[in-house]
Design a protein around this ligand. Structure first.
Ligand code: ADP
Length: 262
């Protein structure tokens, strides 16, 4: 059983405080959605949890190990991040890019073997990217690239998967497919997703962390977090929050934007 414990994280860019007293835990199988307005600190939170950025104070323990004490390669065997800026400008094939996900598992002088290729093929099947395998990464659409980067992260076989806006470049059908994939992967890992779409968050996340200005405003199940009051307070939008008649998940319907009334 993998356990992630995030305790009282404060993070600054220079003198600007971007995260304040961020604390929450996650267990294997949890899908946690981070929601909040632009600039509220979602990406920064994922960057700190993936140890790309070091917090000024606070700690993050994964299976009892301080992640900031792990070597980069050890960390990459435990934790994978799919960020928004995936600009691979070299002319690698899709297969080569996904294969890079195996690097943390190889010894210094090892080559990939059939076991690695099998993992790569499986990651490509899961993400619907097998048909792209010989194409150059530079000539893919945003959505195709996003799924290839997701495949690379899966090939890493991480315990924790961090996804920054994984659906942002995807059309409606792929949005659902990626989120269905997330659900399928979840029993074996912790998945933390920064996500703009509140309705997708409600539908696929077990728990939601609502942040504003670097602070947690509310954390819990969708019905606890996605209330009309919370949405008004944080997004400055009056919205109806209903149960969707077919899916029964919380469903947010914006009514009006407070800024526009002024
Ligand atoms: P979100 O993902 O919720 O849109 P971010 O984590 O990207 O928010 O940004 C949080 C805050 O940190 C914003 O005020 C943003 O302007 C600031 N910020 C983000 N990246 C940097 C950086 N590299 N240097 C300085 N400030 C940054």
């Amino acid at each position: 059983m993998v356990m992630l414990k995030i305790d009282s994280i404060d993070f600054y860019y220079g003198t600007k405080k971007v995260l304040e007293k961020i604390s929450f835990d996650a267990d294997d199988g949890d899908i946690i959605g981070i929601i909040g307005p632009n600039g509220s600190g979602k990406t920064t939170m994922l960057r700190v949890i993936s140890a790309i950025q070091k917090p000024r104070s606070g700690s993050i323990f994964l299976d009892g190990t301080d992640i900031f004490k792990l070597k980069q390669k050890e960390l990459a065997r435990k934790l994978a991040m799919v960020s928004q800026d995936n600009n691979i400008s070299f002319d690698f094939s899709v297969f080569e890019v996904v294969l890079m996900g195996r690097t943390p598992h190889l010894g210094r002088f090892d080559y990939e073997d059939e076991h690695d290729f099998e993992i790569v093929r499986h990651a490509m099947e899961l993400t619907g990217t097998s048909y792209l395998k010989d194409r150059s990464i530079t000539e893919l659409s945003g959505g195709e690239k996003q799924r290839v980067i997701m495949a690379r992260a899966l090939a890493q076989k991480p315990e924790v998967l961090l996804l920054d806006e994984p659906t942002s470049h995807l059309d409606l059908s792929y949005q659902l497919e990626i989120m269905e994939l997330v659900k399928k992967l979840a029993p074996d890992m912790i998945i933390i997703i920064a996500i703009h779409d509140l309705n997708l968050a409600a539908r696929y996340c077990d728990r939601i962390v609502l942040i504003d200005d670097g602070k947690i405003v509310s954390i819990g199940k969708m019905e606890e977090v996605m209330t009309r009051e919370n949405i008004k307070q944080v997004f400055k939008v009056d919205a109806l929050v209903e149960r969707h008649p077919i899916t029964n998940f919380c469903h947010v319907v914006p009514i009006g934007n407070e800024f526009k009334k002024e």
